[in-house]
Design a protein. Structure first.
Length: 558
């Protein structure tokens, strides 16, 4: 009945359209329901960006009434976060595919780093084989990703799980596939599409590729001289659709999402631009996927670069017009508001406050590179996060066990309470807006004195190994401390033209004193390649054994 009701409304609307528009929209009954409310007020609706935080390279599927989203987090551990939502508005992290990567000492901040590398552009799928169906067994979740590394450290990983919440188990390793898409066909044959229009078939058990199966499924057009990657392959009504980001580096050319389609994987592919839209005072969006609810609702999930906060996610209607998944509103633009898939869901977020009462680390947190497991604890002092020094290092960018989570737009504010009494001479502890360019609230122990300063730090990395060559540091303001209990706060403003962080400290948790002035946050794809993150740290420059206790992380965001 619901489908009939929407169809009647659409037919009534068609009577008022011109013959040309009538002809175009008549082919697009499918996916039309989610056009309602595009210009509706904010109350109850999704306001774009759907996730105003760093969630790049998305893949999204819908299984049993839940949408599942996976994203790139590169050098952060645990990695490959799986997020879940019923309404496309309220998201929560439900698992990570892996705790650590161990192919190289670089993952441990030794002999180089993996800043901006590591896990990239993960593909997420759910598949139930014919054998599983006949035996009454459920299907399984699968992920595939290839680290952005040279040699064997860049080999592709495939993981699988019975539930998206995990546990995830490693299935196989194989050759590198850049920005790849895993794809299960209706006959249970399995493929990976990668690079710019390359495809290989995998063995049925996913253990490796089938040698000799490589195909170049299409060739670039003459005007496709720039970026053309980010493969996401789906099948709909018997036809195959490959979505990719395209960006020609030329005047007047914009980032866009293109789609290639074919009726046969061995046949000819044709191409169409399905989205070319700026949004919200920022540049054009591109790279993502489309997803359906199996009930006629189709959505596009596409990321947009937004400076210091990183690459954010937008959601929009997907309408099937002349057999193409056209994204955006009636004018092909990213809408400000979108009707949620379901109403009345409780508010959830992937960035959250934490009182550290749980003996397990909240899923909102990730470590900078692999953590040193015996150098942090939530149980040695219940209700506190203890960060111990475990290695003598020269700077923050080589510090083990830096704990972080995303900053969010349009504005955010987070504060932490620190107990500093167990720092040793030469130790540094504090709170940062962490990126390749970082604004850092840092407490140093010098002899018996404690000094708080606000510094601006910029890291320089080698191209090959991402080794830290040097860190330029400018101290903006310093204050000597007479007590070991301290509260620190960082406010972020990511509205268009801003990307400003401000820094504060408090001696009682109520009265805040600004320190250091405005700090200009930045996004730099050649260094960390991530949005700015809140980061807690404690490291030693002379001898190990000191530690800081963190009582709470309190987040307020708009």
């Amino acid at each position: 009945m619901k489908t009939i009701r929407y169809t009647l409304l659409l037919v009534a609307a068609l009577l008022t359209l011109s013959p040309e528009v009538h002809s175009q929209v008549e082919t697009s009954l499918e996916g039309s329901k989610n056009l309602r409310g595009l210009n509706a007020p904010d109350d109850g609706f999704i306001t774009n960006p759907m996730l105003w935080a760093d969630v790049p390279d998305p893949d999204v599927i819908c299984v049993d009434g839940y949408f599942y989203l996976i994203s790139t987090t590169m050098h952060l551990m645990p990695g490959a976060p799986v997020m879940r939502s019923r309404d496309l508005k309220n998201w929560e992290i439900v698992s990570y595919v892996f705790d650590k990567l161990t192919d190289s000492p670089k993952y441990d901040l030794r002999e180089g780093t993996v800043y901006g590398r590591g896990q990239w552009a993960t593909s997420l799928k759910f598949h139930q084989t014919a054998a599983e169906r006949s035996q009454g067994k459920p299907g399984r979740f699968y992920v595939l990703f290839a680290p952005n590394e040279a040699g064997s450290t860049g080999d592709t990983y495939i993981y699988s799980a019975e539930k998206a919440e995990g546990p995830w188990k490693l299935v196989s390793r194989m050759r590198h596939f850049h920005d790849c898409s895993l794809f299960f066909d209706d006959d249970d044959r399995v493929y990976v599409v990668y690079g710019t229009g390359e495809m290989m078939e995998l063995k049925a058990d996913l253990s490796d590729v089938i040698e000799g199966s490589h195909r170049q499924i299409f060739e670039r057009e003459a005007d496709e001289t720039g970026l053309l990657e980010g493969s996401r392959l789906i099948k709909h009504n018997g036809r195959y659709y490959l979505l990719m980001i395209s960006h020609v580096w030329a005047p007047g050319r914009h980032r866009r999402e293109v789609c290639y389609r074919t009726d046969n994987l061995k046949g000819t592919w044709e191409k169409n631009t399905i989205l070319e839209s700026d949004f919200g005072g920022f540049s054009h969006a591109g790279q993502g996927t489309i997803v359906d609810s199996k009930d006629g609702d189709w959505y596009g999930i596409i990321f947009q670069d937004r400076g210091g906060v990183g690459r954010v996610l937008t959601v929009m209607p997907c309408r099937w017009i002349d057999g193409w998944p056209m994204l955006g509103d009636e004018e092909g633009k990213i809408p400000t508001h979108v009707r949620p898939f379901v109403s009345g869901e409780p508010r959830r977020g992937i960035v959250t406050s934490d009182d550290f009462e749980s003996p397990k680390l909240n899923l909102c947190w990730q470590w900078n590179h692999n953590p040193v497991d015996d150098a942090w604890s939530l149980t040695e002092r219940p209700g506190w996060m203890r960060l111990r020094t475990s290695r003598v290092v020269p700077n923050l960018y080589l510090a083990p066990n830096t704990l972080s989570q995303r900053m969010t737009g349009p504005t955010c504010s987070a504060s932490v309470e620190l107990d500093l009494k167990h720092l040793k001479d030469g130790d540094y502890a504090g709170f940062a807006a962490f990126n390749g360019h970082s604004g850092v609230l840092r407490v140093s122990k010098k002899g018996k004195k404690l000094l708080l300063d606000m510094t601006e730090q910029e890291v320089f990395l080698t191209d090959r190994d991402k080794s830290v060559e040097r860190v330029n540091e400018v101290v903006k303001e310093s204050v000597e401390l007479k007590q070991t209990k301290l509260w620190l706060r960082i406010d972020g403003d990511f509205k268009p033209g801003r990307d400003i962080a401000n820094f504060y400290y408090s001696l009682d948790g109520e009265n805040w004193i600004r320190i250091g002035g405005d700090y200009q946050m930045r996004f730099d794809y050649r260094r960390l390649f991530m949005g700015t993150r809140y980061a807690l740290f404690c490291y030693a420059t002379k001898r190990i054994g000191g530690y800081v206790d963190v009582n709470s992380f309190t987040l307020r965001n708009e």
